[in-house]
Write a protein that binds this ligand. Structure first.
Ligand code: SF4
Length: 462
């Protein structure tokens, strides 16, 4: 099971800040479905509403009315670090030195364990098991004005963070110097909005201005918006998996349209691994655009032969391992009449453990598919992610210890082929050196010597 990272959204200077944040979180729901929260400020007082579940389950008309103010930050979450409990819901809010301080974070801090040990040794008491809470403690212990405190604190973090930080009067958005996770700046009715993905701007009809740059910290206050480049000389490492799987196809991130990139991945896949067949079918939803690309390039008809049940949530989201098999079976149902007796190309965005794919292919066979040719729109996933995507451990990744032929047998298809690393990088809207590809190559752009302390961090008592 891959657990997604999180989604963040913020508004500064709009009388409907709370409602806009609520809608923004709806658009970002695919980035986190375990919990949701909004914290708002009217310049004097901060109010919050947070809960476990989907945005539609957490908020009611009444709860939204309790949130007051013209600026707000919101968060939807999966548990990439820290367990899935109400204590770990974001945004976090603390009171210190007569000020309210709220943080919403997307990413994963790789030196979290060491930093936490240091902070605890100097008297900090943590309320949660989340790496995101570190930033609050670091800010509280830093010297200087708000801007200086935040920048000093961010400089101590290593790894992936796109963050929103808010007090009663101030609001900022920041992105780690490698830019692992996306973060966009936009405008609506003269107010500023910030979101993990541009699909959130589309919903509220905000105008996307630009991506917040890696290492950039943007402060918003009564005088406007001020940008600082807090880091220099770091290599960009945009998460390539956002384009392959995580981000919504109607978003623009890392210099290009997600839908277009996926279509290109499919075209390259068809170029590299052609096969005679009667139809190309996607594993919806994230395989859809790659399958369209494959069909277009190969000239093989595209069919929606899997029907997705949209009302059960994404397969990857539930932390409870034991229900995974059941979810796979109820999520996608093949259209038997389309499949019977046909040679089928199935386009998948990725293969993680292989168990989900194997169950899906069994359902196609049961419907009478004559041949099944699986095509995967990225190279084999062999290494875990330490930057905010909760891949299984190395040994659980099916490709880490098996050849393509062994995986083919395990999944039970006639042929199996993955897109090459070159084919994947060629489809990206930016030069290849701008992307993190560590889960394919094992070359981690930020050292993960804190692997052990990460585990220690996750094992902190609740
Ligand atoms: S390791 Fe993979 S999933 Fe993690 S940030 Fe890098 S490309 Fe993304």
């Amino acid at each position: 099971m891959i657990r997604h990272c999180c989604g963040i959204f913020g508004v500064f200077g709009h009388r409907n800040a709370v409602e806009l944040t609520y809608l923004g979180l709806y658009a970002l729901q695919h980035r986190g479905q375990e919990s949701a929260g909004i914290i708002a400020s009217d310049g004097k007082r901060v109010t919050q509403w947070r809960g476990m579940g989907l945005v539609s389950e957490v908020f009611t008309r009444e709860s939204l009315q309790k949130l007051k103010g013209d600026f707000a930050i919101g968060h939807v979450r999966y548990s990439t670090t820290g367990s899935s409990t109400s204590k770990n819901i974001q945004p976090f809010l603390v009171e210190y030195a007569g000020t309210s301080l709220a943080v919403a974070h997307n990413g994963n801090i790789v030196n979290a364990g060491l930093l936490r040990q240091k902070l605890e040794a100097s008297g900090s008491i943590f309320q949660t098991t989340m790496d995101s809470e570190l930033l609050i403690h670091l800010i509280a212990k830093s010297q200087g004005n708000f801007k200086e405190k935040v920048i000093r604190s961010l400089k101590q973090l290593q790894g992936a963070y796109s963050v929103l930080v808010m007090t009663e009067k101030q609001f900022l958005a920041g992105r780690d110097p490698h830019g692992f996770r996306p973060l966009w700046l936009g405008r609506i009715d003269g107010a500023f909005v910030v979101a993990s993905e541009t699909c959130a701007f589309d919903l509220i009809q905000a105008k996307p201005l630009r991506e917040i740059l890696p290492g950039e910290v943007v402060f918003f206050d009564a005088r406007g918006c001020h940008s600082y480049q807090a880091f220099s000389g770091r290599k960009h490492s945009f998460c390539i998996f956002e384009h392959i799987y995580f981000a919504r196809p109607d978003s623009n991130i890392f210099g290009g349209s997600v839908a277009r990139v996926r279509e290109k991945l499919g075209i390259n896949l068809a170029r590299e691994h052609p096969v005679p067949a009667d139809m190309v079918i996607p594993v919806p939803d994230s395989g859809t655009y790659a399958a369209l690309g494959y069909a277009r390039h190969s000239g093989i008809p595209f069919e929606m032969a899997f029907v997705r049940n949209h009302y059960i949530g994404r397969t990857f989201i539930h932390p409870a391992e034991e229900i995974r098999g059941l979810e796979v079976k109820i999520k996608l149902n093949p259209v038997a009449e389309l499949i019977q007796g046909k040679r089928i190309v199935v386009v998948e965005d990725s293969i993680v453990r292989g168990t989900t794919s194997s169950l899906r292919m069994k359902t196609l066979k049961n419907c009478g598919a004559r041949e099944i040719h699986m095509r995967v729109s990225c190279p084999p996933l062999c290494h875990p992610c330490f930057y905010g995507i909760d891949f299984p451990t190395e040994t659980e990744l099916v490709a880490s210890t098996r050849t393509v032929e062994q995986i083919r047998k395990r999944i039970g298809v006639d042929t199996l082929a993955y897109l090459s690393p070159e084919g994947m990088l060629e489809a990206m809207p930016l030069p290849s050196e701008k992307f993190c590809t560590a889960c394919f190559t094992g070359k981690y752009p930020v050292p993960v010597r804190d692997r052990i302390s990460k585990l220690q961090f996750e094992n902190q008592p609740e």
